[in-house]
Design a protein around this ligand. Sequence first.
Ligand code: PEP
Ligand code: MN
Length: 337
Amino acid sequence: MLIVMKDHASAQQIQHVVDHVHGAGAETHLSKGEVKTVIGVIGEREIIYTLDMEGFPGVSEVIRVLKPYKLVGRDFQAEDTVIRIGNFQIGGGAFGLIAGPCSVESEAQMLEVARGVKAVGANMLRGGAYKPRTSPYAFQGMGLEGLKLLREAGDAAGLPVVTEVLDVRDAETVAEWADVLQVGARNMQNFMMLEELGKMRKPVLLKRGLSATIEEVLSSAEYVLKGGNRDVIICERGIRTFETYTRNTLDLAAVAAFKSLTHLPVIVDPSHATGRRDLIAPMCKAAVSAGADGLIVEVHPDPEHAKCDGPQSLDLGGFGAVAAAIDPLLLLEGKHL
Ligand code: PEP
Ligand code: MN
């Protein structure tokens, strides 16, 4: 349930509503806009149905939400969420250009890629230390050593870093080294992990599951917000379809849909969505025009020798070209790096 307060409702009126809801045994989440305050009420259905808040002083409207998510919806918060990560922001016009290799391989590789992507405009570095590989015999990532190399490269280039939390048991360790915690497509519905990340205070980059619906993605994001962590970035990374020419099918309609359904920043991963280097530049441009708040692109100094996902990785020159190509489109969309 959402309790929409009248414009400029007083602090006492808001507190009165909150106290009443807590007294009944439900939780509240506050969204304070410029003029409007919305109180999200979360709790057992039976409790919520007995709450009769319409007549309370300062209450404008009570909306009974039938969707499986509340806090991530635009009804709860109309304005875009802006997430601060180090010295940059994402959302509300601020564009996140995230680049780096699929996996951390060595100190030299990371330093070269970090400095290279930073030089052409990237504002965050990616790199996997724990890799979710389809085959148990494929390279599984460097683990803790990889986290340290990622951090070192990010610091050297002046970029915050994002990396995947593959197992909830590693969450604390990853949070020690990374600025943003990535939940991979395969873990999008690992609800226990989402709950744990909800208790943490680091932004979460939530990738869409391989066959997750838009509503399922938003419900997963809701788990994190419900735990108290408001900083979630949604990532469209392609879904499974009958098409095999591309690795997955980039669902750009979902980007526009997410933008209208949720206030959270939405980014696109054209690398995993297409699996093909030649399609990355056009899909980056299309993503910006579809309203994306950012891109996460795989970039490797020497893609042919990458330990993971080389065929879908750009080299530094290719990434520079993409960064230049999206520049005028960002201007058209009213966004900035
Ligand atoms: C990744 O970004 O490194 C990755 C494994 O992506 P996904 O979880 O989307 O497959
Ligand atoms: Mn990859």
